[in-house]
Write a protein that binds this ligand. Structure first.
Ligand code: GLC
Length: 434
């Protein structure tokens, strides 16, 4: 039986903490109505109205190798795909349901294609699996908090056998763990109301997953949702504890530590616009420069960023998202050393930006230029060995002279003579300290 063990835990989390940046992919039938992955629930849509999308699903332009290249070129180190979302539709060839992509006109096992393509680019791979299931007859309908038919007494729960659903859910997770090679992450989603922990037969489930996939990392949503942090945070890990906290659509204002103040592994999942699944009406996209800074923010607070894309019904990642990924990639090409393997600096946040750290390297991320030379917040003259612009290796010379002499304890370095930053999004200064 699986039990928490700190050493094993640290070992399996090492790559994840190094990686810092991943791609979340929400994709399924809901790409056709194109109003987000909750469309059935928000519109209280009966399944008959949703099934036409199942009979139609044929994303002819879906080439997962292109998705994988986009992720890789953006500097992402791992990716997580929705193998099944709340609608119950499976992107894999499960033998326990007909409601799967291999039975649509597409006739394809997209989970396999995803895993092949992303592994080929050298990325770690994870699968999202929804604990909720609005297709399965044994999942609570009437009176459930989220089910599309929650308000309709005609969908009474009489005769529904939740245990039968759990057998189904466990069997599908087993298929994913047994038939698709090595998985790096299992991303369960999500617990609510009474449905949490052992209500999912979580101990048995986690035990199976960890036995079949030694070293796999599991999120914390068998215990919580985006709301709540889980038992690792409480410093009292259950046998089904999550390996990381999963704040959703927020970067924790002060980062996250456990209740005793110890480091806690976390991953903020964030959409590029406001929707997870493809939403043709949601054009409120976060600009690339903002996302670069948010990635830096996560790392400076000791966390990861899992940035979402929602491919459309044709299987294409929207152009806006691709352009943003490419722009992030251009920045990462020159500055990724300040992201991978980095974490909290343990220094006060400078007014002009943030600091990330990897051992004796401090990375000062300058979002807004200063007048004159840049004060290296938090370090002393005795500590600084040298300062370089990370993107081009140019020396950022330590400045002395009457302007700076009034502040003898502050180390100033010259990052450019141009008051406009060399990289207006984030100019990174690498400072080597003793
Ligand atoms: C959620 C939502 C959802 C999305 C997700 C991502 O709580 O239900 O649609 O998949 O979490 O974190």
């Amino acid at each position: 039986m699986y039990r928490f063990n700190r050493e094993e835990y640290d070992r399996r989390m090492a790559w994840f903490k190094q990686a810092r940046f991943g791609m979340f992919i929400h994709w399924g039938l809901y790409a056709i109505p194109a109003r987000g992955e909750w469309v059935r629930s928000t519109e209280k849509m009966p399944e008959e109205e949703y099934l036409p999308f199942f009979r139609e699903f044929d994303p002819k332009h879906c080439d997962m190798r292109e998705w994988a290249r986009a992720a890789k070129n953006a500097g992402m180190r791992y990716a997580v795909l929705t193998s099944k979302h709340h609608d119950g539709f499976c992107l894999f060839d499960s033998k326990y349901t007909d409601f799967k992509s291999t039975n649509t006109p597409a006739g394809r096992d997209f989970v396999r294609e995803f895993l092949d393509a992303f592994r080929a680019e050298g990325l770690k791979v994870g699968l999202y699996y929804s604990l909720l299931d609005w297709h399965h007859p044994d999942y609570p309908h009437y009176g459930d908090m989220n089910h599309p038919m929650r308000d309709d007494p005609a969908y009474s729960n009489e005769g529904r056998n939740f245990d039968r659903y759990l057998d189904y859910m466990h069997a599908q997770v087993r298929e994913l763990c047994e038939n698709y090679g090595r998985l790096d992450i299992m991303w369960f989603d999500f617990s609510y109301g009474d449905l949490r922990g052992e209500a999912w037969r979580a101990e048995e489930l986690v035990d199976m997953v960890r036995t079949l996939q030694p070293g796999i990392i599991i999120d914390n949503r068998l215990e919580v949702s985006g709301e709540g942090f889980g038992s690792l945070y409480e410093c009292d890990p259950t046998p089904w504890h999550g390996d990381f906290a999963s704040p959703e659509q927020i970067i924790p204002p002060n980062g996250l530590t456990d209740v005793k103040g110890g480091d806690l592994v976390w991953e903020a999942c964030v959409t590029m616009n406001g929707s997870w699944g493809y939403n043709a009406w949601d054009n409120f996209f976060k600009p690339a420069d903002m996302l670069i800074r948010k990635l830096v923010e996560c790392v400076s607070k000791g966390g990861n960023l899992l940035l979402n894309v929602g491919p459309d019904a044709e299987g294409r990642i929207p152009d806006r998202s691709l352009e943003t990924l490419a722009e992030i990639g251009r920045w990462m090409d020159k500055n990724s050393e300040s992201i991978y393997g980095c974490g909290k600096a343990g220094l006060p946040k400078p007014e002009y930006g943030r600091i990330t750290r990897n051992g004796n390297k401090l990375y000062y991320h300058v979002f807004e230029n200063t007048v004159g030379a840049l004060p290296l917040t938090g370090v002393t003259h005795g500590e600084v060995v040298c300062a370089r612009r990370l993107a081009d290796g140019a020396e950022a010379k330590i400045e002395h002279g009457w302007i700076y002499d009034n502040y003898p304890d502050v180390v100033f370095c010259n990052i450019s003579n141009d008051p406009v930053l060399p990289d207006r999004t984030d100019t990174v200064i690498e400072v080597t300290v003793r």
